[in-house]
Design a binder for this molecule. Sequence first.
Ligand code: 5AD
Ligand code: FES
Length: 344
Amino acid sequence: MKQWIDRLRQERTLRPEELRQLLTGCDAETLRYINKQAQEVALRHFGNKIYIRGLIEVSNCCRNNCYYCGIRKGNPNIERYRLNLESILDCCRQGYKLGFRTFVLQGGEDPALTDDRIEMTVARIRQNYPDCAITLSLGEKSRDAYERFFRAGANRYLLRHETYNESHYRQLHPAEMFWKHRMDCLWDLKEIGYQVGCGFMVGSPEQTVDTLYEDLQFIRKLQPHMVGIGPFIPQKDTPFGEKKAGTMEDTLRLLSIIRLLQPHVLLPSTTALGTIHPLGREKGIQAGANVVMPNLSPVAVREKYKLYDNKICTGDEAAECRHCMARRMESVGYKVVVNRGDYH
Ligand code: 5AD
Ligand code: FES
């Protein structure tokens, strides 16, 4: 298997059968090998620097009913909230002081967060923080809305494609959600000029080696600036509450494969990875990831933004998470840096 990994690193290609072997027949030693190759590639491009993004969870209200997601409309067991402009700006103020130069506004598809309101929020943050990147992660919007947010000063947009296989997409989402619309959004975002992030959950129900292969093909086609992947983790109040979680090993393998396929891509070591293993985020970095996204949301709402069960950091202040993250990265030889961390 090592010769395929070497070839993957050199030629950045992977045949379906090789992916199958890597994902199903890979022992601990091979995993260590691929992680090391990917870590070397990341070190070559980024040094031992880790980019940080301050995550602000602006609303847990959502009009959608994704089967996997804890903030789905059909979950009656969560208390809904929405941050107002002042509290979002407060988060940014705190975040800036802590050294964040990217703010990520993430939330459900909340009908009350109108295009006007989002546009105005972006404009205010842009005005206050001309030196910061603004990332949006607010789901599917019209092309016109994406253009307005961009003109108001947003630079990046995260919209996981979830799966490139259309029938798999239908197994993860109800009939009123469309794979094609998700794809159109991603291509629109790219055309408008955003730095775009796609991604998927590792080990989502009905995911197979073949659907994963399609995901990797899609990544090669879209050429996103960022790729967000983390393990699927069941949330008990969702239709997938009893499904199996994705594993850390599979996530680390895929992080490494993505790093080897796309050496320059921005690749977060996600909170979900930190949730299924206490050292998950550190291991993600050692498998080729180069970004972490500590939480900047007010502690009062943290507990309510639970896409999955047992999410970490829900009780910690922004400053605690920031410093905890710096220590964690130092423990594996890396340094968190104060800059926007743009794609080059
Ligand atoms: N487990 C892991 N990740 C999840 N997401 C949503 N629900 C879950 C879950 N149960 C991911 C989705 C979404 C992103 C914001 O969080 O991929 O795009
Ligand atoms: Fe949040 Fe460690 S990163 S407490």
